[in-house]
Design a protein around this ligand. Structure first.
Ligand code: ZN
Length: 412
């Protein structure tokens, strides 16, 4: 097993800073990274300064700290946003820093923590922090990329020795972000994002009113789309300085939010779903009048039911996303236990919250206004994979004509 070299790490750090975050001269950067990845953090910090950053601030996190907070501290304490936290957010609104998140969580970090506590705390905190988040939305660049931790690697490869598991996960991550010993990943990403943007532009030009899904595994489903809502993928633009950035690395999907409460039929999952550190396997969900009315899972039935009933919006869809089966994440052939990767494996839908950004002028809308236009609201957003190898998707235009979008799991 070959270990990842500093040369490859350097290349990866450069890609995250230059292509992902696209740090511009004079910008402040806020890096969130695990204390365990201080070596890589130093590489990122240096790349940011080399790209012209004015100042790099670091928010160190530690999985075990978060876990213990949730196990020992009470909900009220955890829900509270302290004055210094708000002061920090005010500074963020002023500085509009570029944000870089390095995900290297232990997928089981929150095992045994009450899922309600997790979502209630996050809901309470976002209520207070929302005005600050809204104030910076669309006005800064941000990117999430991954760095393996041993616990994460062992979760994906339980049979392998520690070192081998790490090497296997590294290999997969670098493959999905297109970093190789002898390539120019910046150039690779340019080709990749151009392709995604072209497909998104095509979907937007079609103006489909609905999509119809069919597969031999039992998927037979149709969903209505919001007139004028955009299909988005790959990149975004900071409206303050025009900088093009890539919020997720890897990214393969083109997504939109459908009309909440307007879908019919059954979706059969093609991959296990990891939710609240537990697995739901071999499952399907049936919708009537846009709501999940029944579900069945060979494993995790209770968990799936609990998820669908988390709140009023949890039984409705917030996202539909198109990903061809040739995706490098899919080619890796294992479950990453990390949405950043798993949702880029194949076509998926998500139960729960939708994206108001896909509406024209959506950045400035309140969630209430977005809901009136069909965007779903919920405390959950859970992606599940429906991209079977034989999946076909037809786009139905407002005049009723049908256009093949996907055939055999990939672009028609
Ligand atoms: Zn998605």
């Amino acid at each position: 097993m070959k270990k990842v070299t500093d040369k490859l790490l350097q290349k990866y750090a450069g890609l995250i800073v230059r292509t992902g975050a696209n740090v511009q001269k004079g910008q402040v950067v806020q890096l969130s990274v695990s204390v365990e990845q201080h070596h890589f953090a130093a590489m990122i910090i240096e790349e940011c300064y080399k790209a012209g950053a004015k100042k790099v601030n670091v928010e160190w996190y530690y999985d075990l700290h978060s876990r213990m907070n949730y196990l020992y501290a009470d909900q009220e304490t955890l829900s509270c946003v302290l004055p210094w936290e708000e002061a920090k957010m005010k500074q963020v609104v002023k500085d509009l820093p570029v944000r870089i998140f390095i995900a290297s969580d232990d997928p089981d970090a929150m095992r045994g923590v009450d899922p309600r506590k997790l979502s209630e705390v996050s809901r309470a905190r976002s209520m207070i922090l929302k005005p600050y988040r809204n104030a910076v939305e669309g006005k800064h660049q941000w990117v999430i990329a991954a760095y393996p931790s041993l616990k994460w690697a062992k979760k994906c490869f339980p049979e392998a020795e520690d070192e081998e598991a790490m090497a296997l996960l590294w290999d997969a991550i670098l493959r999905t972000v297109r970093v190789e010993e002898e390539n120019d990943p910046v150039e690779e990403w340019k080709k990749h994002t151009d392709f995604i943007e072209k497909k998104a532009a095509w979907l937007n030009a079609q103006g489909f009113a609905s999509l119809q899904y069919r597969s031999a595994n039992g998927t037979n489903f149709s969903v209505e789309l919001i007139p004028g809502a955009r299909w988005e993928g790959a990149g975004a633009v900071n409206t303050m300085n025009g900088a093009f950035y890539i919020p997720n690395m890897p990214t393969e999907e083109i997504f939109t939010s459908p009309i909440a409460g307007k879908c019919e039929g059954t979706l059969v999952a093609v991959k296990p779903l990891s939710w609240q550190s537990q697995l739901i396997e071999d499952f399907s969900i049936t919708f009537e009048n846009g709501k999940a009315v029944s579900c069945s899972a060979k494993k995790g039935q209770e968990l799936l039911e609990q998820m669908i009933h988390m709140d009023e919006g949890a039984c409705m869809l917030g996202e539909v996303a198109l990903v061809p089966k040739e995706s490098p994440v899919n080619q890796c052939g294992f479950l990453f236990y990390e949405t950043l990767f798993d949702e880029n494996a194949c076509c998926h839908c998500a139960l729960g919250m939708g994206f108001k950004e896909v509406l024209p002028g959506g950045d400035d809308l309140t969630m209430e206004a977005a809901q009136k236009q069909g965007i779903n609201d919920s405390i959950i957003h859970v992606d599940f994979m429906v991209g079977a190898d034989d999946l076909s998707i037809d786009g139905i235009r407002p005049d009723g004509t049908s256009v093949p979008v996907f055939r055999n799991g990939t672009w028609a």
